[in-house]
Design a protein around this ligand. Structure first.
Ligand code: PHE
Ligand code: ZN
Length: 876
């Protein structure tokens, strides 16, 4: 690729700032654009090694601009081959930090620019790149500036007309946003297509795909009777694996009409699956581009979790058509406006398609695994950040998942009807605009008749609030008093921590029957508050934050007996799950710190769950699962991964031995019949895997044989993966053959091979670091495919006891990998910093080794902005 710094033709070209002094962009510095670009024409002469991009921009000076600002067109790694203004060749331009500055004096101009780019060397996977023989784009957040010079900011909305031309043999299919308006053959075995997108959009929603693809073609009739053509484009052999994604798409289209009143607005909706992709998927207008792992599935190669992932991500990207595209973001600080809201929408959709309770447990598990640690560490930020150096680093669990929790709280506070009135007004009022989080909140207030003044603190406050709850009881008056208080982490930017509005769904359970007289929504919005409940003859049992109505850490002094009671009696499934988790967590953290704790009550609670015939099997599987080692670590002031691992394994072994007969019986009862995706069949598969893991945990002699049989007999990936996971921790004589068999069967399927890498990285065996190093040299390993990198290294950082090996070998392995990957793909490389960045929480020896690994990265010359920002914040 061209190096702009060395080849710029102008002495005014500034050197790019050294990454260590990377510029900080602040929310308060937002200024409206000085120029608009209502119309864009693009012409692509496509080629893998050279693509020529000609643009014709209709630029208009903003009427409110006070000064004659030059037209500034962002560029990244681009050089103009030619520049014309109003039809004349134009040489009066400069390149400043990659951007093209044109000192134009009129109120409107036509600017025409030609650039040449090389997709084949684009290893960042941002802009136009080659993947598996096709050409595709990724523009969010700032990839469009790698395709052509443009004011690459989301508050510039333009109408796009695109002509693309390429080799008919290499790229028989040519796709872009909107509708195809014309097509034809050209000289030299080439052909072309013209696409017009009638909806003005920001540049980050631009997309183009050229490749040898086939489509699963279908259609959907909207509620007003418009027929929409649907296509899911994949490589030839993958067509049979697109059915689930197609069903998810049609379900999403119907759901958004029913629940939000939102209809699709083009005649065509295309999805393309690509194998090299930094993220999950992208909502480009009318042309969603997906990581193939969120499209392709059949029972032989996909687990039930994979099926769910596909349903959720297809819905997420589809829902963006309204929450993101029709109403977009004014600037990147508003990212949660589209992402938090859209995650909430996809969560609600998945819950409606399956089980509310299981979906909520999953959502909270993700929040606690990814977002709580982020919010408690050096990279904490509000859901609407105040500043950034590299926006790619802010596609976080905070912006997405905590953002979704904030919307969910509005939903709880307002109720479904008023919430819907609010979103209706939001979509009406801001249709075709680039909006802010504040616009959203105002629309919810106006449309939904709500007062969200104090609620706004959720947008500006980082950290997970802590709530403490104390319930007392006066038998004389029959009054129960609930004392609540909240603690919000003090942040550097604000003198006084804000008080949050915390909606807590609460019920008081009768201590004998477990019944209650109805749930109440208590709203905690002061530092301390008490609530009284009359008519309580006995001391009730407190069930609070039911359904996880607020994303907080609850510190209640409930006794093990009360938690055990809730784990068997609570009628809110989430609360029931939560009580069991809390009971187990309290026991395990006590064991790790050497405090006495009652194990029997934990065993009794698990035993009660196992003998409760009324429990759904999928829910039972969740209920008896031990909290993860990572979660346990998060509960401790100083994390000792080995001690946590030992304590947890010991409890697992004890439960396994105590209930071995039960687990075996359940295992047999869950034997699958004909494969189906029904809730019942899935529940059986899930519980069966959990039972298998417990049976193995009992150190039973036949555990390896049982897992091997399950592996060999399985007709679906959920059972195969469950068995292989159990085997992965065993000795080579037990596990070797299965891994070999798996490899030989699936070596040609990249997505399944990822699982093969993942399961080895997640092994608890003492030699896992060595094994990961060896796998990095495996012929099927490549650093240029992000899925493969995540499968091997991402999984490894999620293996607490091995990543945190006391030798520090795991840390060094990741540091060296990051340094290597950064030169190729900064965005994916930067995602590996947070696991090291939490070094302050670990015991001294490990903390020191983690910090050393970060310092080694920091000392590497020519680090990307992406990695530099994360590393310097982690060391600060
Ligand atoms: N906007 C995408 C989504 O959440 C995520 C994404 C961001 C994809 C940046 C690629 C690059 O749906
Ligand atoms: Zn999104």
């Amino acid at each position: 690729m061209l190096d702009v710094q060395k080849t710029a033709n102008n002495e005014m070209a500034d050197a790019a700032p050294h990454p260590q002094e990377a510029r900080t962009i602040r929310r308060e510095d937002y200024r409206p654009p000085a120029w608009f670009v209502p119309e864009v024409h693009l012409d692509f002469q496509l080629g893998a090694e050279q693509t020529v991009v000609k643009s014709r921009l209709d630029v208009r000076r903003s009427k409110s601009a006070k000064y004659q600002e030059p037209l500034i067109l962002d560029g990244d790694d681009l050089l103009p081959v030619s520049v014309r203004v109003d039809g004349e060749s134009w040489t009066d331009w400069t390149l400043v930090e990659g951007a093209l500055h044109l000192p134009l004096t009129g109120a409107s101009h036509i600017v025409e620019i030609t650039v040449e780019i090389d997709p084949s060397t684009n290893t960042q996977l941002m802009g136009l790149y080659a993947s598996g023989g096709m050409l595709c784009t990724q523009c969010e957040a700032q990839g469009f500036r790698r395709i052509t010079f443009f004011p690459d900011r989301p508050d510039i909305l333009s109408r796009y007309t695109v002509r693309m031309e390429g080799s008919k043999a290499d790229y028989p299919v040519l796709l872009c946003n909107g509708d195809k308006t014309d097509a034809g053959d050209a000289d030299g075995g080439r052909h072309w297509a013209e696409w017009v997108d009638p909806w003005p959009k920001p540049s980050y929603l631009f997309a183009l795909v050229a490749g040898d693809l086939v489509a699963n073609n279908d259609s959907f009739t909207t509620r007003s009777g418009k027929e929409v053509e649907l296509n899911i484009w994949v490589r030839d052999g993958d067509l049979p694996r697109t059915g689930h994604a197609m069903k998810a798409l049609k379900d999403s289209m119907r759901w958004d009409e029913q629940v939000y009143g939102r209809e699709y607005d083009l005649q065509l909706f295309n999805i393309v699956a690509v194998s090299d992709f930094n993220m999950g998927a992208m909502e480009n207008k009318g042309l969603n581009i997906f990581n193939s792992r969120y499209i392709l599935a059949d029972p032989e190669v996909a687990t039930d979790a994979d099926f769910d992932g596909i349903e959720g991500v297809v819905a997420h990207e589809y829902f963006h058509n309204w929450s993101g595209n029709r109403v977009t973001c004014r600037d990147w600080f508003q990212l949660s406006l589209k992402e938090g809201f859209t995650v909430f929408r996809d969560q609600s959709f998945s819950a409606d398609m399956g089980s509310q309770a299981l979906k909520r447990i999953e959502d909270v598990r993700i929040l606690r695994a990814a977002q709580f640690p982020e919010d408690a560490g050096p990279l904490a930020h509000p859901i609407r950040p105040e500043s950034y150096q590299e926006i790619s680093n802010f596609y976080t669990a905070t912006v997405y998942n905590k953002g979704a929790e904030v919307i969910r709280m509005m939903h709880s506070l307002m109720g479904a009807d008023r919430f819907r009135k609010g979103t209706d007004l939001y979509f009406d009022r801001h249709d075709g605009e680039a909006a802010t989080c504040e616009d959203f909140v105002v629309a919810m207030e106006d449309g939904g008749d709500a007062d969200l003044r104090q609620f706004r603190s959720w947008y500006e406050t980082p950290g997970t609030p802590k709530v403490s709850a104390r319930l007392s009881h006066d038998p004389q008056s029959g009054t129960a008093t609930l004392n609540l208080s909240q603690q919000v982490a003090r942040t550097g930017e604000k003198p006084e921590p804000s008080q949050m509005v915390i909606p807590l769904r609460t019920a008081l359970l009768d201590p004998d029957s477990g019944e209650h007289e109805g749930e109440e929504l208590l709203v905690l919005d002061k530092p301390e508050q008490s609530f009284q409940f009359e008519g309580q003859t006995e001391h009730p049992i407190l069930s609070i934050n039911r359904g996880f109505s607020a994303p907080i850490i609850m510190e209640s002094s409930q006794t093990p007996e009360e938690l055990a009671f809730l784990s068997t009696h609570d009628d809110d499934p989430f609360a029931r799950f939560e009580a069991m988790q809390q009971l187990m967590t309290n026991y395990l953290t006590a064991r790790v710190t050497g405090t006495p704790a009652d194990r029997d009550i934990v065993l009794q609670a698990v035993g009660a769950a196992l003998s409760d015939e009324s429990i759904d099997r999928a829910f039972l599987a969740e209920l008896i699962l031990l909290p993860s080692e990572a979660f346990l670590g998060d509960q401790m002031v100083v994390v000792d991964p080995e001690a946590i691992h030992e304590a947890r394994e010991k409890l697992r072994g004890k439960i396994a031995v105590q209930f071995e007969r039960k687990f075996r019986r359940l295992y047999a009862q869950c034997t699958p019949g004909e494969f189906s995706l029904s809730a019942e069949a899935r529940a059986n598969r899930k519980l069966r895997n959990v039972c298998l893991a417990y049976i193995a945990g009992s150190q039973a002699d036949d555990a390896a044989a049982l897992a091997s049989d399950q592996f060999a007999d399985a007709d679906n990936m959920t059972a195969k993966q469950g068995a292989l996971s159990v085997l992965s921790h065993m000795e080579d004589k037990d596990r070797g053959w299965a891994f070999d068999d798996f490899y030989n069967t699936y070596r040609d399927n990249a997505l399944v091979l990822d699982k093969w890498f993942t399961l080895q990285s997640l092994s608890q065996r003492g030699d896992t670091v060595k094994r990961v190093k060896a796998l990095a040299g495996h012929p099927d390993f490549t650093m240029s495919n992000p899925n493969r990198v995540r499968a091997l290294y991402g999984s490894f950082t999620a293996n607490p006891v091995r990543f945190h090996d006391a030798s520090g070998e795991g840390y060094r392995l990741i540091a060296d990998m990051v340094i290597h990957l950064d030169a190729q793909n900064p965005q994916t490389a930067a995602r590996f910093i947070p696991p090291l960045g939490r070094w302050r929480r670990y015991e001294r020896g490990r903390a020191e080794l983690m910090r050393t690994a970060l310092e080694k990265i920091a000392a590497t010359p020519d680090l990307s902005k992406d990695v530099m920002e994360q590393v310097s914040k982690s060391l600060a």
